[in-house]
Design a protein around this ligand. Structure first.
Ligand code: HEC
Length: 156
């Protein structure tokens, strides 16, 4: 059994607006492993959608407005998913995770990055609904910056 430390950041996480519970001390997971697994699967689905859109943005695959818009909508919804899996502070290296302990040392910065990712994916979904690649491309690039920016700081 891994020791679970419920982060003091759990309260701060409520301001994410992502946690459905009204109780700041509660989180959705029984143990660190399931929290890690959940967030990694969320990121994995994020990548699937992101890569598929990237192929259209780069012209490697023909742009299909309906498929792109569906991907962008799914991404916008998925952008909310991984963060709940970070509330369990014990879910750090040694638990089959690439998440760096710096996340919990710089919680406000991590949270801001997550929030800007969420809003940039929302912008991308709105651009995609318009159906013009001229609008989509800059919105896609803006969303893409979030991945590397956060990974460089917080992912092994
Ligand atoms: C605010 C920070 C943050 C943002 C933004 C972010 N990631 Fe990550 N990502 C992480 C962290 C932290 C991990 C490590 C999770 C773990 O292993 O527990 C991770 C892991 C991953 C993984 C590996 C999942 C697995 O199966 O182990 C993929 C793929 C990934 N991210 C893709 C993306 C893509 C694509 C984007 C942008 C569209 C993105 N991420 C945006 C922080 C972020």
């Amino acid at each position: 059994m891994k020791t679970l430390l419920i982060s003091g950041a759990a309260a701060a996480l409520l301001s994410f607006g992502l946690i459905s519970t009204a109780n700041a001390d509660k989180h959705a997971f029984n143990d660190a492993e399931s929290a890690v697994d959940y967030r990694q699967k969320g990121f994995s689905l994020i990548r699937n959608n992101f890569v598929a859109m990237g192929e259209m943005v780069k012209g490697e695959v023909d742009y299909d407005a309906a498929i792109f818009a569906q991907r962008a909508n799914d991404l916008a919804r998925l952008s909310h998913i991984p963060w709940q899996g970070f509330i369990v502070e014990g879910a750090q290296p040694g638990n089959d995770t690439d998440a760096l302990p710096e996340i919990w040392d710089n919680w406000d910065d991590f949270k801001e990055r997550a929030e800007s990712f969420i809003s940039d994916t929302q912008n991308l979904a709105e651009a995609a609904a318009g159906g013009s690649m001229d609008d989509i491309k800059p919105a896609f690039m803006a969303a893409a910056k979030n991945c590397k920016g956060c990974h460089d700081n917080y992912k092994d």
